[in-house]
Write a protein that binds this ligand. Structure first.
Ligand SMILES: Cc1cc2nc3c(=O)[nH]c(=O)nc-3n(C[C@H](O)[C@H](O)[C@H](O)COP(=O)(O)OP(=O)(O)OC[C@H]3O[C@@H](n4cnc5c(N)ncnc54)[C@H](O)[C@@H]3O)c2cc1C
Length: 407
């Protein structure tokens, strides 16, 4: 493990810092009081994305010829760290650029890539991932949305759920079932689709935080050209694995208050028995969070070292998500309890710590599910890191139509 930037990495970090110092303030000011998930906020985020793309700081690892920065994975991590410190990381493009467009790049024909990659890098068009369904989440290969060939077109009917950003996205990658007569993983096919097509209907899912990030998406006789197919017919699972491999890297750790911030809060709050920071039970928890955070920090250094050496981080990155998402939820629970009656306030103007812990309390459960639930990630660690026997998969070789949910 190497804790320091190499001379080249230090030079890149300096260059990125200097560029951010010159450009970030003006863009941060544009966001001002804008509320996330409003058209104005989106416009400001697109503007920042375009500015980064023009300077080679968007999609840093992608070739410059397609709009990327022509850089290395470690440079991408370094820029992400510095951009985060500058307070300018926005989530609208994460799924598109982190998962969908890389899948398009891997499987689409030359004309399709030429048409779509560069506008996505510049933030002009946004993509969503249409995989999960009511009957296919962790077990996404159990999905039921059907695509039936009709001449040179496919006709698609079915429903997706939890589609982040579907209501503002321009395009999506859609996993469908094209052959129910073969086992579930073998009868899938992937397409890219136009989210503005009249046969695509987005219905919002309202969250307890008051936000509206997800949707149910319905397809009623949606017609797509065969040229919109990504990968071979029946090879959708292999295509989806490329997307999901990128998902684990893109979802990453948790954004939210950490043990330092809850320690600050505990210094400021007093309960019936005195300052919260003196509370023995709280101090025990604090020690646990500190130990977890240090463990995560060094695991991250391992990932950074692997990237720095040109290697690909392995499934151990799943550990980071399990620990950080659970810690965020535990920390938020404790803080809101400590805040007592103030804990029910969610307005940043009146709630302690500008309601950061209330927000985390509502967001952390989602983080424990997105990009693989705790249980699924534990299975991955058990099977691929520890080499334990695999999960029981009784329906692996059964034709999809013969599964209880297959009709
Ligand atoms: C914030 C967020 C954003 C999302 N964005 C998108 C998106 O943009 N596009 C998209 O397609 N989907 C998206 N999803 C959906 C997400 O991929 C699924 O919610 C996730 O895969 C879990 O599926 P499920 O909700 O159907 O739960 P289920 O798979 O039904 O799981 C229910 C419970 O059973 C457990 N379980 C399931 N299988 C096993 C097993 N083999 N062993 C042990 N326990 C098991 C799970 O851990 C969970 O506790 C998003 C979800 C969230 C929370």
């Amino acid at each position: 493990m190497d804790f320091n930037d190499s001379p080249e990495e230090a030079a890149y970090r300096e260059k990125a810092r200097a560029w951010l110092a010159e450009n970030a303030a003006a863009h941060r000011a544009k966001f001002g009081e804008l509320k996330p998930n409003t058209p104005e906020h989106m416009a400001a985020a697109k503007d920042w994305q375009a500015t980064k793309a023009a300077a080679g700081y968007a999609c840093i690892t992608w070739p410059a010829a397609i709009g990327g920065g022509g850089g290395t994975p470690i440079q991408s991590v370094i820029f992400g760290q510095e951009e985060g410190k500058a307070g300018l990381g926005y989530g609208y493009f994460t799924i598109g650029l982190g998962m969908c467009v890389p899948t398009v790049m891997a499987f689409a024909d030359g004309d399709t890539k030429k048409r779509f990659v560069s506008p996505a890098v510049k933030g002009e068009e946004i993509w969503c991932q249409l995989f999960s369904e009511p009957a296919g989440g962790s077990d996404v290969a159990a999905l039921r949305t059907r695509a039936v060939k009709d001449g040179d077109e496919w006709v698609i009917n079915g429903q997706k759920v939890w589609t982040t950003g579907a209501h503002y996205c321009d395009y999506g990658i859609l996993l469908t079932r094209t052959d129910p007569d073969v086992p579930k993983h073998k009868g899938l096919t992937m397409f890219w689709i136009d989210m503005r097509d009249a046969a695509v209907e987005c219905r919002p899912i309202h969250q307890m935080s008051g936000g509206r990030e997800f949707n149910e998406v319905y397809f009623t006789d949606l017609r797509v050209k065969d040229s919109q197919r990504l990968g071979e017919v029946g090879q959708g699972w292999q295509v989806a694995l490329v997307t999901l491999m990128n998902e684990r890297l893109a979802v990453g750790g948790s954004a939210g208050p950490n043990y330092r911030e809850i320690m600050k809060l505990a210094r400021e709050l007093s309960g019936a028995t005195g300052p919260a920071l003196k509370d023995q039970a709280f101090r025990e928890k604090l020690a646990d969070w500190y130990v977890q955070s240090e463990g995560l920090k060094f695991t991250r250094f391992r990932t950074m070292t692997a990237l720095s050496r040109g290697q690909t981080p392995g499934p151990e990155s799943s550990i980071g998500k399990i620990i950080s998402a659970n810690q965020l939820q535990d920390l938020a629970n404790t803080a809101v309890e400590m805040e007592d009656q103030y804990g029910i306030l969610s307005d940043p103007e009146t709630a302690p710590a500008e309601a950061a812990f209330q927000q985390s309390l509502m967001w952390a459960p989602g983080l424990r599910i997105a990009g693989g639930t705790d249980e699924i990630l534990k299975n991955i660690i058990a099977e691929r890191v520890l080499g334990l026997p695999g999960d029981v998969r009784v329906d692996k070789d059964v034709p999809f139509k013969d599964m209880p949910t297959g009709r």
